[in-house]
Design a protein around this ligand. Structure first.
Ligand code: DQA
Length: 144
């Protein structure tokens, strides 16, 4: 199974950014963690990050007929981007939404997610482990 993991804006700043919320591990460590978990699960994974909404939309479009699943942490665009929701609907690829923090327990403006309107599952508040859980959810979903 081929899975594209897409990380949105400011996730490249992990380790520096708001450590009380996101921890002290770096983005490079997150990528390493995801790649190791994917290998254990026999998933062919590609992990990308962009700060730009258009790049995220393009990455989703280019996943069409290439990837069997998407793990998406759209970061701040989660709460604002109809364009990302439209791209997900356009390609119809099974998608799990991930957030490192529990967005339901944070500021009110983080409670709404456009990505949730498409994703078949949302995992929030489990830190890095949420990405491993998302990969497992995609395996289960693809075996149905
Ligand atoms: C986040 C939560 C978002 O609200 C925030 O804008 C992020 C990261 C998370 O992983 O917890 O950048 O998606």
């Amino acid at each position: 199974m081929k899975v594209l993991v897409i990380n949105g804006p400011n996730l490249n700043m992990l380790g520096v950014r708001n450590p009380k919320v996101y921890g002290t591990a770096t983005y490079a460590e997150l990528v390493d963690y995801i790649e190791r978990k994917a290998k254990d699960l026999c998933i062919d994974v590609r992990v990308i990050q962009s700060n730009s909404e258009g790049d995220l939309v393009t990455a989703i479009q280019q996943a069409y007929k290439v990837y069997d699943g998407i793990v998406l942490n759209a970061a701040a665009y989660t709460h604002t981007s109809v364009a990302i929701l439209d791209a997900l609907e356009a390609v119809s690829i099974p998608t799990v939404e991930v957030h490192l923090s529990d967005i339901a327990r944070r500021e009110e403006f983080r409670h709404h997610s456009f990505v949730s309107l498409y994703a078949f599952k949302t995992i929030k508040g489990f830190g890095f482990e949420g990405y491993a859980m998302a990969l497992e959810e995609l395996i289960k979903h693809n075996n149905l």
